[in-house]
Design a protein around this ligand. Structure first.
Ligand SMILES: [Zn+2]
Length: 77
């Protein structure tokens, strides 16, 4: 850094005043209205860009099968 590029404390501080991190920017899901991350699937209704990507029923059935497996394991022991 050349000496002529050097800023005084006030100039340095005014530059750094804009460097603070901002919070997560959320948008509303158009279907259920809950806050969602941009470019991400809605965790509540499983939709992205108005299309059903993940159905709730699949999630529930997976949980049920997991529960059954856990029961079997416990019975075998
Ligand atoms: Zn939603």
């Amino acid at each position: 850094m050349v000496n002529r590029m050097r800023h005084n404390r006030s100039q340095r501080g005014s530059t750094r005043s804009h460097h603070a991190l901002k919070g997560v920017r959320l948008s509303k899901c158009p279907d259920c209205g809950l806050p969602i991350l941009n470019h991400r699937l809605c965790a509540n209704c499983g939709k992205y860009n108005g299309k059903q990507v993940v159905s709730k029923e699949v999630k529930v059935s997976k949980k049920v099968t997991k529960g059954k497996k856990a029961e079997k394991v416990t019975k075998a022991k």
